[in-house]
Structures are given as structure tokens and as C-alpha cells.
Design a binder for this molecule. Structure first.
Ligand code: ADP
Length: 476
């Protein structure tokens, strides 16, 4: 049984949750303790007591702890990757890469812990010095989704700790295994008890308790738009600092002058790898009419040849969907698309394999209009649609015709159009001749419009969220 970690002690929960593999429902990954609101309040109290010690302990100590955590994650990447693939369903190679990313993030922020700087500015008044200082925010609540069970926790926890904050971490209920393994590594890194706490359990219980506590000064969240809005109402109402990463409906524009092979690869990788369960996944292919037929034919052919199977089987290219409700939602959208008049040219069926799991074939729609539900709503599965457009200007207009703005791609050999798109597409990240999903770990991550709220995650920009600024005036 895997326990919660509160105030430096492994604690039983109130109930227990079974973690099952979506590749094989007879494969039980483990049993995980479920905390309640009181456990969460205890964790918050412990964090509040520990944070000043952690902060005062100095940057060298923080850098060494983070480096140690990063090193262990990297050394165990095969084993942790297997665990991740088993519980979440992405294929082994992707899972190992995700674990590697988590390790690198800790090592990156180990360095950043040593680079916290302020500003010294001459006052407009003689005899006074002005210093702009960065200080820890205090206790930070971290709430993460199931689709990147170790990388997303890492990219929130590492900067939170690097800049001297204490953490109460609530991972996704569906995949607590990788989060627990990460917490176990952190528990041995020599942090003062209470600096880092793990509380596993229901979002409506643990998440709400974090949102309501006035001791939690900041919450970094990744998940659905609906939960992000709820956090705005609860935690936002009491003026907690919020960093919310939510949905996407990411466009990939393919112009007639694109290298077709490259465009097809961007489309297939961006939309369908990781079973389409990435907030940066492409879900709208916006294709110039002149290349439309060739593009659809080539993507359909690639999809038909993809091997959908058990996440741990070496020849699988696409794993199962993460759970039953996600699979039903994907299949519902396949129906909705057909009822709306789009044409299903490939996939979209539930599949059976040797083991019982949540398998489906990657789906492609054509004849899609931008206002259809399948072209507007986040599906979060291996389902994408093609919208035909007349020219570049039309493509840009359709690319921006969504409430979201996370990632946007374009495949073209035109420097003019690529440059214009980079400037004018409404998104936080823009990709030229490379998939919309798959980003570096050391640069800012985030979106515009309904995709994100608050300052950027990752890279040096993470300091904005995980510190607060104090302006100090001194007269000699
Ligand atoms: P998804 O599961 O689709 O990624 P959710 O928004 O449901 O998106 O979940 C993301 C994270 O938010 C999970 O850890 C979940 O448990 C948590 N969560 C769910 N409901 C709430 C809530 N009311 N308050 C805070 N966190 C919540």
C-alpha cells in the first residue's frame, strides 16, 4: 500500500484506491491511500511551518537537493518509465522519455536556485537606495492531471522548491503511481519535514481544501477548463496567486508549398502520439485545397499502418486511452462528428486486443467546418479533423477561430507565411515545420485565451509565479 507523505511521515489514508493498467484491466499497478480534507489541512499546516526553514536554509542546499532528485530520476528512468507506461498507457519509449524530461527539469532548476537575482535601482530621491527583491511565495498547492504523471508534477514542484517555497502536491486520482514514486525520491533528498507533502485523493476533496485554505498562497494547476474556472472562483476569490494550464484545440496549418512528407509526419505525431492525450495535440488540420487530397490520403495511410496495442509491448506505437470515461467520450465525438456532417475517413472504432483495455483506432475526419463541435471542443483523444481552406489568409483566420490558444503549427516552405503566422496566430507556442506537441523543458510553456491563466511555466520564466517581488527603500 502506497501512503501519503505529510510532515515528513508516511500516513495511511481514509480509504484506498486501486490503480489499474488501461492496457490490461487485470494488471493492478498498486493500492494508493486516499487522503481527506483534514489530512490536507494537516499537510498545509506542516508546509507553513517548514517553509521559513527551507527558505532560510540557503540556495546551495536547495540546489543540491534538486540535483540529487534529478540524478536519481535519470538513473531510474527505465524502471520509472515502465511504471508510467503501465499506469497511464503511453507507450514505453514515450514514457521513458517523459521520465527523462522530469529528471532534466530538476537538474535545470537546481541551477536556477543559484541564479535568483533582484535589481538595484537608483531612487529619484537623493540619499535613498531602491532594491527589488524576489522572495518565496510561501506554501504552494500543486494540482496535476493524469496525462503526464511525472513531467507535469516535476515542472511545478522543481521551481516551487528551487525558489524556497513549501509544497502540498495533489496528483491526478487516476495515475498516482508515478507521482508517488517521485514523492518517495523527494522524501529522501534531505528537505526539512513538511517542506514537501503528497496528498493523494479526489479533486473535489483535496483540491477544494487547497483552494479554500488561506495559508496556500499560490496554486499551480493543469487540467480541464471547468476545474480551472472553479479554482478561479474559490482560490481566486481569496486572491491566491493562480497559474492555470487548461485546454487546447490546436491547429496545424498545411500550405500547398509544404514538404508533404514532413507535414504528414507533423500531423501524425502531433495529433495521435501519446494517444492524442496532450493539451498541445493537433486536432484541427487546416489544409490548403491544392494539397488537400494528397494530405488526406497520406495521413490515412499512415494511420492505417499504426500499431495500437499494449503500452509495454515494444512494437506498439499508440497505447490505449487512459480510462473508460475518456474512451466513451472519444467514441461519442466520433458519432457527433458524423451527425454534424463530417466524413470519417479513417479509424474511430473501439479495438480488442489480447488483453482487455481501452483501445481505439486513430480517427480522421474530412469535410469539417470550423464551427462544428468536433472542430471547436477539446476531445483529448486520437481524433482529428481536416478543414479545407482557399489560401494562407483563410488558414490563419480558421486557425484563430477557437476559444483556445495553446500551441499552433504551420507546415510551409514560405518564409513569408511562416513569419507572418508566427506573429499573428493567437497562441502561446508556435511551431514551424514541427509538431504542435513536443516541447523543450528549459523554455516557457503556456498559452493565451482560454488555454492559460497566469504567468508562464518552465524555464527561467517560472520564477514569476513561484516568487513574489518586494521593493525595498533604504536611507543611509
Ligand atoms: P482531467 O482529469 O481531465 O485532466 P480535471 O480538471 O478533472 O482534468 O483534473 C485535473 C486535476 O484537478 C486532478 O488532479 C483532479 O483531481 C483535480 N480536481 C478535480 N476537481 C477539482 C476541484 N474541484 N478543485 C481542485 N482540483 C480539482
Amino acid at each position: 500500500m502506497h501512503k501519503n507523505f505529510i510532515d515528513g511521515v508516511w500516513c495511511e489514508g481514509q480509504t484506498v484506491r486501486e490503480n489499474l493498467s488501461p492496457s490490461d484491466l487485470t494488471d493492478r499497478v498498486g493500492l494508493y491511500a486516499q487522503a481527506d480534507a483534514q489530512d490536507t489541512r494537516n499537510a498545509i499546516e506542516a508546509a507553513a511551518a517548514a517553509q521559513p526553514l527551507w527558505s532560510a536554509g540557503g540556495s546551495q542546499r536547495r540546489a543540491e537537493a534538486l540535483d540529487l532528485i534529478g540524478q536519481e530520476i535519470l538513473a531510474r528512468r527505465e524502471e520509472l518509465g515502465r511504471l508510467l507506461a503501465r499506469e497511464e498507457g503511453k507507450v514505453l519509449a514515450e514514457a521513458i522519455a517523459e521520465v527523462g524530461r522530469a529528471g532534466h527539469i530538476f537538474k535545470f532548476f537546481a541551477g536556477e536556485a543559484l541564479r535568483v537575482s533582484g535589481e538595484h535601482i537608483e531612487s529619484v530621491r537623493p540619499g535613498i537606495d531602491v532594491d527589488v527583491l524576489r522572495q518565496p511565495v510561501g506554501v504552494v498547492g500543486i494540482i496535476t492531471p493524469w496525462n503526464f504523471p511525472i513531467a507535469i508534477p516535476a515542472w511545478k514542484i522543481a521551481p516551487a522548491l528551487a525558489y524556497g517555497n513549501a509544497v502540498v502536491f495533489k496528483p491526478a486520482d487516476l495515475v498516482p503511481g508515478s507521482a508517488w514514486a517521485l514523492a518517495e525520491i523527494i522524501s529522501r533528498a534531505g528537505l526539512p519535514p513538511g517542506t514537501f507533502n503528497l496528498v493523494m485523493g479526489r479533486g473535489s476533496v483535496i483540491g477544494e481544501a487547497l483552494a479554500e485554505s488561506t495559508q496556500v498562497r499560490a496554486i499551480s494547476f493543469t487540467g480541464s477548463t471547468a476545474t480551472g474556472q472553479r479554482l478561479m472562483r474559490t482560490a481566486g476569490q481569496r486572491f491566491a496567486k493562480l497559474q492555470l494550464e487548461m485546454g487546447g484545440k490546436n491547429p496545424l496549418v498545411v500550405l500547398a508549398d509544404a514538404n508533404l512528407e514532413q507535414a504528414v509526419e507533423c500531423a501524425v505525431q502531433g495529433a495521435y502520439f501519446s494517444t492524442g492525450q496532450r493539451c498541445t495535440a493537433s486536432s484541427r488540420f487546416i489544409v490548403e485545397k491544392a494539397i488537400h487530397g494528397h494530405f488526406v490520403e497520406a495521413v490515412s495511410e499512415r494511420l492505417a499502418g499504426l500499431r495500437v496495442g499494449h503500452a509495454l509491448q515494444v512494437d506498439s506505437q499508440i497505447g490505449p486511452v487512459a480510462d473508460m470515461s475518456q474512451l466513451s467520450q472519444n467514441l461519442d465525438y466520433v458519432d457527433i462528428g458524423q451527425r454534424e456532417g463530417a466524413v470519417l475517413v479513417q479509424g474511430g472504432q473501439a479495438l480488442t486486443r489480447d488483453t482487455e483495455g481501452y483501445y481505439m483506432s486513430p480517427a480522421l475526419f474530412t469535410d469539417t467546418q470550423s464551427n462544428m463541435r468536433i472542430a471547436q471542443e477539446e476531445i483529448f483523444g486520437p481524433v482529428a479533423c481536416v478543414i479545407a481552406v482557399d489560401d494562407y489568409e483563410h488558414a490563419l483566420e480558421i486557425a484563430n477561430d477557437t476559444p483556445f490558444g495553446l500551441s499552433a503549427g504551420i507546415c510551409t516552405t514560405s518564409l513569408k507565411h511562416a513569419t507572418h503566422y508566427k506573429r499573428h496566430v493567437q497562441s502561446g507556442m508556435v511551431m514551424v515545420n514541427t509538431p504542435t506537441a513536443g516541447v523543450d523543458y528549459h523554455v516557457p510553456f503556456g498559452g493565451t485565451k482560454a488555454s492559460s491563466h497566469g504567468s508562464r511555466e518552465q524555464g527561467r520564466h517560472a520564477i514569476e509565479f513561484f516568487t513574489s517581488v518586494k521593493t525595498a527603500y533604504t536611507q543611509a
